[in-house]
Design a protein around this ligand. Structure first.
Ligand code: ARG
Length: 401
């Protein structure tokens, strides 16, 4: 029987050419798999037809947009996950859901190998292959760009020679990856890290310098998940989409960073994640009133570790699963409403309320109604400082000897 290879298919030039390229190099039949993670653009049927036109024996599309929002974006939100303090893991969280569908398709179509279009320099190859190894340990991996010398120039020549139904003239200098959680842009002119990004780079966000009138939004959460916007019930996918639209119109969520890739390279990245950044900001502010102090302090470091694991392709790892369990436990009381103003590139929280709040007005107030017994503070401070005071006494004694 002819060997079969499942290819992660985007509909773009590289993966379209990869169908025939893999076929010629290996003699295998190629099954194209496209996964909808809310990236927008062409219809999945158009993409499916193109794959068949490029020589795929089967083309399979998976609508994973709700699954992606519920099972990948929401855990990222609960973790307030920002890699290196900036990046909401847009591409990093889409790889595991794509992997899941690739492995499923490999089983369905009797494939022995999974192929993806990543280069050998990035994180995505790691995320794909570590995921595949974990979910389908018997499956082999192949990356035509990395392993079969499929360069851009060769791809264009191949497409023209074979008359493939794919545009080869459109020159986009950037490498772009997008889904409902955000958009990542790299390479080209951006590789000079002194160059400011030009306006044409952005798609999810409008220029914040010329914002429309401020937009006030109320986001309601239940157990860490957005459930309503301005009182209208929403699913996680709808919440992200609605905030992509409203926060995007105000230029919220533009990120320009040089980040540390897993492979050891520092790389310049432009992200836009209006919905994700508005949601993370709101969620964090709701945690500020609903999560107990020590739990909150510890959670901040857990969230950072979680972001690193996910960035590094460890989505399916035991440690990530254990951290998920901790994070989930902290979300029990993260319910309530956050009011925020979206304007001029900022999402600023200006109101919060929750039935499960730990904010106690009577303890906090400096006005009448104060229930806090201030006389308790003296003794507390005395004991709190005791250890450092004893040590400092020793320092003075030793210095004087
Ligand atoms: N550097 C980011 C990450 O590793 C984004 C990668 C996006 N991929 C792309 N082909 N532009 O998650």
């Amino acid at each position: 029987m002819t060997e079969r290879i499942v290819l992660a298919y985007s509909g773009g030039l590289d993966t379209s050419v990869a169908i025939g390229w893999i076929g010629e190099a290996t003699g295998a039949e190629v099954i194209a798999v496209a996964v909808d993670v809310g990236q927008g653009g062409e219809s999945l049927e158009t993409i499916r037809q193109r794959a068949l036109g490029c020589g795929a024996v089967e083309a399979y599309v998976a609508d994973a947009s709700d699954e992606f929002a519920n099972e990948y974006c929401m855990p990222t939100l609960k973790a307030n996950a920002l890699y290196q303090g900036h990046y909401p893991l847009v591409s990093a969280i889409s790889r595991p859901v794509i992997v899941k569908h690739l492995v499923k398709a490999a089983r369905e179509f009797g494939a022995t190998t999974v192929a993806h279009g990543c280069t050998g320099k990035g994180n995505d190859q790691v995320r794909f292959e570590v995921g595949i190894q974990t979910l389908g340990p018997d499956l082999k991996c192949i990356a035509p760009v990395r392993d079969l010398a499929l360069t851009r120039d060769k791809a264009i020549a191949f497409a023209e020679e074979k008359g493939l139904p794919i545009e080869t003239t459109k020159k986009n200098p950037y490498s772009i990856d997008q889904n409902v959680w955000g958009r990542a842009v790299e390479t080209g002119y951006l590789e000079d890290i002194w160059n400011a990004p030009t306006k044409d780079i952005y798609d999810y966000t409008a220029t914040p310098e010329f914002p429309p009138a401020p937009d006030e939004v109320t986001i309601s959460f239940e157990a860490g998940v957005p459930v309503a916007i301005d009182g209208v019930k929403v699913t996680p996918l709808q919440a992200i989409k609605e905030l992509n639209r409203r926060a995007g119109a105000q230029g919220v969520g533009r990120i320009d960073v040089v980040e540390d890739r897993l492979v050891g390279i520092k790389s310049r990245e432009i992200y836009e994640a209006p919905g994700a950044m508005a949601l993370i900001t709101a969620h964090k502010h709701l945690e500020d009133i609903t999560v107990e102090r020590e739990q909150a302090r510890f959670k901040a470091s857990v969230g950072q570790r979680w972001a690193e694991l996910v960035y590094d392709g460890q989505w399916f790892s035991p440690l990530k699963r254990s951290l998920d369990a901790f994070i989930e436990d902290t979300q029990k009381y993260v319910s309530g409403d956050i009011r925020m103003t979206l304007h001029g590139g900022q999402a600023v929280v200006n109101g919060r309320r929750s039935d499960t709040s730990l904010y106690d007005f009577d303890l906090a107030t400096y006005d009448t109604g104060d229930t806090f017994d201030q006389s308790m503070a003296r003794g507390f401070i005395e004991l709190w400082g005791m250890s450092a005071k004893v040590a400092s006494g020793r320092d003075i004694r030793v210095a004087g000897e």
